[in-house]
Structures are given as C-alpha cells and as structure tokens.
Design a protein around this ligand. Structure first.
Ligand code: LMR
Length: 330
C-alpha cells in the first residue's frame, strides 16, 4: 500500500513541476554594454517597466547594463543559445550575420539622424530587420543613439592630423577601413575596454557619441573632441527568432506593442540625452571641443568616402542609393 502511494506520488511529481513552471512568468533577459543614463540604457529600462505592467505575472524582464551579463563578442552567441533573449547591439556589430547591415557604417552616408531615421523606416530599412531570420535572429526595431564624433589626445582639425594615430574601432570591417583611409591605425576593441585602452595609450583616439563618451568618462582620458558627425551609432533590438515566435500569442502581441512604443520614446529622447552629455563634458573643463569649418568637414568626407567602393558589392548598390535618397528631405 505504502509502496503504491509512494509510486503514485513520484509519478505525479513531474506533473506538479510542470504545473508550477506553467505558472511562472516568462523570463526575458535584456543585456547591453552601455550605461543606464544613455538612450539604450533608458530604453531597456522602459521596456522592462511597460512589459511587466502590461503582462503582470506573465513576464519578468531583467536588464543587465554595462556588459554585466555578456559583452561584445559573446552576446550574439548567447542569444542564439538562449542564454539571453534581448540585445541591442550597435549596427556596426552585425557583419558576421548580414553584410547589407554594413551600410550603416559607411562614413558620411546620412546627413543627420533624421535622414538615418527615414532610411530605417523605409521598406529597405525595415527589410534589414528580417535579414537574419534564416540565422535565427529577428530584428524588432531600430533605436537611435546619435551621430559620431572623433576624439584623440591630439587636436584633429584635418584628416592629416589623424595620420599614424591608433584608433579604437568597434568590430566592423567598414570602420577599420575608414581609419586606414586616413592612414591611421585602427584597433578593434570591445566597448568595455575603451577607457582603459585610451588611458594606457594602447589607442590614442576613438569615435563615439556624446552619451557614450560622457557615461564612460572618456573625457578624463581624451583632450580633444572633434564634432565631425561623420557617421552614427544606432542599434537594432534583436531577439532569438524561435523564442519570440514560440511566445504565447497574447504575450508576443503585447511585447511587440511595447517595443514599438519604447522605440518611439527612445528615438524622441536620444538627441537630447546626447546634447546633455556634450554639455557635461564641456562643463567638466577636461577637454576641448573642436568645431569644423565646412571646408574642413569636406576634407574629412573626401578622405573617408573611398571606403564606400570597397563594400559596395557586399552591401548592394541599390541599397546604398535608397539610403542616399533618405537625405533628400533633410
Ligand atoms: C561601441 O562599442 O562603441 C558602441 O557600440 C557601444 C554601444 O552599444 O553604444
């Protein structure tokens, strides 16, 4: 009798375990590499807030900023393995998964963030969100950070000033070529290593947005910033295709809506956050901000533009034309 009861209990255990896990909220880990008071950092927190408010008890979102769960280099693999469910890597970090996404790194392609936004919202831009689905990655939207500025321990007014300097770049062949075109020495380095790399002189300069410079305290280790606006750092929010498609329909629909709302909010706030960071850097008095004359900016454009030819085939000439058209109403 006792034996039978025990047996019945043991058999029922997995059933109870199943019931318990069915009631558990779905766990969504969102990892990123930047600080919380940046456009991406704020966006991730807003996503958590709205998702948990709208799906109480059904989802639990954990946000890991500052490379605290996965940093550059490891995060995509982790997404494919199911160790993390949401990432928002910079558009410079997709070249192993989609060559056309390299378009976003072409120097001096977009006149400003509004032109970039128009391209992202165009059929071509939206198509790129789906360009990695065969590899198991789905793009959920584009988040802005902002236009890139150059920094160095030397004043950069003209392209020749960058000659021979070592620049940290993201893991992007286009950005590597961009600095080679200046006869500088690019070095790929993860975001988490930037401050130390600059401090120790492993690199002498870099390119990034005001919010990334300020939140990483890069101004403590760089004397000069050149307001070049020569490209942008923006993000694609991505998920594991199987994970997202496997969510209960009501959960997926609500999360899609939340993501759309957060995207609008991030993209509205990003420029103001960057300008506030620029102001903080200026007020800190650590560094000089160099404004280029139109002639000087043209020199940088001419020096960097040859890079386009090298990537035209991989990216696609028609895609580049569509992106150039987005400048028209700037
Ligand atoms: C970088 O590596 O400089 C950026 O991609 C970091 C980020 O996510 O903004």
């Amino acid at each position: 009798m006792i034996k039978h009861t025990l047996k019945a209990l043991v058999c029922a255990l997995p059933l109870f375990a199943g019931l318990a896990s069915a009631a558990d909220p779905i766990s969504i880990k969102f990892a990123h590499v930047v600080a919380e008071h940046t456009p991406k950092g704020q966006g991730a927190l807003l996503f958590k807030k709205l998702a948990e408010e709208r799906l109480p008890g059904q989802v639990k979102v954990e946000v890991y900023p500052n490379s605290s769960l996965f940093g550059d280099g490891k995060e995509m693999e982790a997404l494919l393995l199911g160790d993390v469910q949401l990432l928002a890597p910079s558009l410079a970090k997709f070249e192993h998964y989609s060559k056309p996404i390299q378009i976003f790194d072409l120097p001096f392609l977009f006149n400003d963030i509004n032109a970039l936004d128009r391209f992202q919202q165009s059929p071509e831009g939206q198509g790129l969100l789906k360009s990695m689905e065969s590899k198991g990655i789905t793009g959920l939207g584009y988040w802005h950070n902002g236009m890139k500025q150059l920094s160095a321990n030397k004043a950069l007014h003209e392209p020749k000033d960058a000659r021979g300097l070592k620049f940290r770049v993201q893991a992007s062949a286009v950005l590597d070529e961009q600095f080679k075109a200046l006869r500088a020495a690019p070095r790929k380095m993860s975001f988490a290593e930037v401050y130390q790399g600059l401090q120790t002189g492993v690199v002498n300069g870099t390119e990034n947005t005001w919010s990334n410079y300020e939140s990483q305290k890069v101004n403590e280790v760089q004397k000069y910033f050149t307001e070049s606006d020569h490209g942008a750092i923006d993000y694609m929010v991505i998920t594991n295709t199987k994970f997202w498609d496997g969510l209960p329909e009501n959960v997926r629909t609500t999360l899609d809506e939340v993501m759309a709302e957060v995207t609008v909010e991030v993209n509205k706030q990003a420029e103001a956050l960057n300008q506030a960071s620029k102001k903080k850097i200026i007020e800190s008095g650590t560094s000089e901000v160099i404004t280029l004359t139109p002639e000087q900016r043209e020199q940088w454009r001419e020096a960097m533009r040859p890079v386009w030819k090298k990537f035209e085939k991989d990216i696609g000439v028609d895609l580049i034309k569509a992106a150039e058209q987005s400048n028209q109403s700037s």
